[in-house]
Structures are given as structure tokens and as C-alpha cells.
Design a protein around this ligand. Structure first.
Ligand SMILES: [Fe+2]
Ligand SMILES: [Fe+2]
Length: 189
């Protein structure tokens, strides 16, 4: 039965180390996405609230907190994404190659472009807010308030792109994970 052969090529019967390695990857992905999504939602909420502020002093007061949260989310995202590049994507890529099925990896690589775009929005917020904090006490508060709002809109946009990136990534990866688990059930039962 050709299907059996290709599955055995991906997971040799009795190879429990490989099976538990996969479980670890799947659980870590879920855990990290949950944490990233929570931070992203909180940041998006604070950023939209700041953008609707009517007082420059009020908006500026929140800007430092927004910058700290944005930088912390970016650092977490960078670690997560490096791990995906090093372990998650090569794992799935290898699995589908061994099964000799058309790979859906290109979709994942395309998805990573969203990630890059989100990071660009975050960076643009960080740059603009840094300049704005240096302008505290400016003569033209309304201009500055408009700029604060614009920089917060960039951050909100970055958060929305990221949230949709996590969701699309899960829509691709979770079915693959289920597929692999089914293969394992078959091999180890
Ligand atoms: Fe990703
Ligand atoms: Fe991810």
C-alpha cells in the first residue's frame, strides 16, 4: 500500500523520539501563539484608545507605555519567528517531502511577508513616537496630537496584521499537525 510506505518514511514505527519531538513543537507553537495574541490584543486596545485621545498630555503620557509594550512584543515575536524558521517550517517541509505530497510550505513563506509588514508598522510607530516624545512642550499641540494619533494608527495596523497572521498560520499548521498525529496513531497503534 503506497500510503503506508510514505507514512513509514516520515515516521518510522517505534520512533517515539520523533513523535514526542513533534508533540513538543505543536504544543510550543500553540503556547507561544496564545501569549503573542494576548499581548497583541492588549496593545491594539491601548493603541486605539490612545489614538482617540483628545488631550496631547494624556496621549503623550501613554506613549512611553505603548513603546515599552510594542518593543516587548517585537522581541517575543522575533524569538518565536526565528524558532519557526529553524524548527517548525523545516519540520513540516521535511514531513511533506517524505510523504511525496505537494507541499503547502510556499503558503507559509508567503504568510511570513505579513509578519514583515507588521514589523514595519511597529518600527514606524517606534521611530515616530521617539521623535514625538522629544517634542514634549511643543508650541503646536494640535499638530503633535495628530502625529501621535497617526503613529498609534500605525501600531494598531501592525497589531491587526499580526493577529491575522497568527490566525492564518494556525489555519495552515493545525490541520497539518492533525494529519501528522493521525499518521502517528496509525503507526504506533
Ligand atoms: Fe510566523
Ligand atoms: Fe507563529
Amino acid at each position: 500500500m503506497p500510503m503506508t510506505t510514505s507514512k513509514a518514511a516520515a515516521f518510522e514505527p517505534g520512533d517515539s523520539a520523533r513523535a514526542s519531538g513533534f508533540m513538543e513543537i505543536a504544543m510550543r507553537l500553540k503556547r507561544e501563539h496564545e501569549q503573542l495574541k494576548l499581548q497583541c490584543d492588549a496593545l491594539c486596545e491601548l493603541s486605539s484608545r490612545t489614538a482617540s485621545s483628545t488631550s496631547l498630555a494624556g496621549a503623550i503620557a501613554i506613549l512611553a507605555e505603548l513603546r515599552a509594550q510594542a518593543a516587548s512584543l517585537l522581541a517575543l515575536l522575533e524569538r518565536h519567528s526565528a524558532w519557526e524558521d529553524e524548527e517548525v517550517f523545516p519540520f513540516f517541509s521535511r514531513y511533506y517531502k517524505l510523504k511525496m505530497e505537494p507541499t503547502i510550505m510556499p503558503s507559509l513563506w508567503v504568510l511570513e511577508k505579513d509578519h514583515e509588514l507588521a514589523v514595519q508598522f511597529f518600527e514606524s510607530f517606534l521611530q515616530a513616537s521617539d521623535a514625538l516624545l522629544g517634542l514634549m512642550g511643543v508650541d503646536a499641540p494640535w499638530t503633535a496630537l495628530t502625529e501621535v494619533k497617526q503613529s498609534c494608527d500605525d501600531l494598531t495596523q501592525g497589531c491587526l496584521i499580526l493577529t491575522s497572521h497568527f490566525e492564518m498560520e494556525e489555519e495552515l499548521i493545525y490541520p497539518m499537525a492533525e494529519d501528522i498525529l493521525t499518521d502517528m496513531d496509525y503507526l504506533f497503534s
